[in-house]
Design a protein around this ligand. Sequence first.
Ligand code: ARG
Length: 572
Amino acid sequence: MDEKYIAASLIAAADENIDAELVYGAMETPPDRRMGDLAFPCFRLARTLRKAPPAIAAGIMESINKNPLPSSIAKVENVGGYINFFLDRSAVSKAVIDEICERSEGYGRSDEGEGKTVVVEFSSPNIAKPFHIGHLVSTALGHSIARIYDFLGYDTVRVNHLGDWGTQFGKLITAYKLWGDEETVRKDPINELLKIYVRFHEEAEKDPSLEDDARANFKALEEGDEKITRLWKMFVEASLTEFDRMYKLLGVNFDSFAGESFYTDKMPEIVEMLREKQLLEESEGAQVVRFDDESMPPCIILKSDGTTIYATRDIAAAVYRKRTYDFYKNVYVVGTPQTLHFKQVFGTLKKMGFEWADDCVHVGFGYVRFPDKAMSTRKGDVVLLEDVLTEAVAKTREIIENSATSKDLENVDAVSETVGVGAVLYTFLKNSRERDIIFTWKDILDFEGESGPYVQYAYARGRSVLARAEEQGIDYASGDPALLTGDEEYALVRMLSKYKDTVREAAAKFEPSVVTRYVTDLAQQFNKFYNTCSVMKAEDEIRRARLKLTGCAAEVIKSALYLIGVNVVEKM
Ligand code: ARG
């Protein structure tokens, strides 16, 4: 049951020129409960109906009063150009709680995506380079977006578009041949490869012939030279082992690791198509696609030496994905500095005649800022992911060990890991993604502020009350939700009823922060309910109803946290 829908229909019935969908979308939740549970601002219809809001409101009231109200609506009032609806709390509570209990883990899920495939490309770190914080943000966002689409019934394909190709691999091979050694690389691949790569640049300044050697090595790699390819494979494998450790810690998985190298043999066809459609023009020796009409710089397809670049590989990748997955949406979770790149890639696809270019979406995100002095790192300004995660877990452990309530936890290690990692993920998904992320330990691990631990704690609190009830043999499944009519109980019920719309909004905007905001509000409202209404000490009927509500709140908190990649703990 959707009361908003019922209320909108009542309004729309007043005049055939009223669009029920517009009314539904314009329906507000009044800030003050005395103004009802839902309110419709009549000025939204002023233009269509060519009447002043008070006159519109009067007309709507007249129409509504003609018939008895539907059972879920207790009262309707017209106040200052607003139509205020007061819902029947008992009916609403019963409908919402019954639905959650019935669907349990399935609550909020839908099958609206059935038969549609969404490709979500995310993380995409570069081989032989550190996995930096930007890649972690992409990982957190993409992981969450994929889970949200799964939840709505879409088939999702998680793709890690590894940066495993390009002229830098020629340099790396030259450097490795001169100064590298397999055992050291396997032991600490990223640091070791980075070290010889940096050394290459230093030495190449003195000896430019190294650059020639690097070019020759990359050419040999492109041509499939066996020995060189074997080296390259070793770099890729060693780096992936490192990345995997982090993915495991985060609970992230992929369906495909088709990185840039995967498209080497798929590019000639693309270049041929571009040529055939006469889209390629020469510019300073390179072959480019121009966007003069869109006043956008050209997209380079072939460099002057005939080699392909990053953008060429992306065009080939998009075509490959369309052919392989026939996607409904093809999503790229990559920082906003690459906005122009994706405009050029999608623009080229469009010029090639691929209408589905419009289904390709660049989901951008901002920078992470570290005001904490102590966060500056081992290596200049790149903040390494592993440092952040390890420190988050260590700091969480410290807090837990010093807290009075969690002293007797048996699994401190596991709890610290879940809470510490969750705290970092929560922070990345807290605000709209295009805003910069301000990362300070104080905020991230603030158990009382808007943080991951705060929400996880609300869950654990709910679960421990339920565990106590179970110990005492209280059968709260039999609680009657129609009794949940008190202000704080009812506010919590209403919030639970908004879960479905929340997930849909997050999906449509590719914005996990919509879910993060929601689960934070939900945890706050749960705490408010818990602090205001006694649960275990209430009289039996009320106690069972409140316990049932507690169970539903815990269920939805867990479900929403799952959608942002955060796990729960039963005790903390
Ligand atoms: N590897 C790139 C980087 O680290 C990100 C790849 C983004 N995805 C893409 N299809 N271009 O900057």
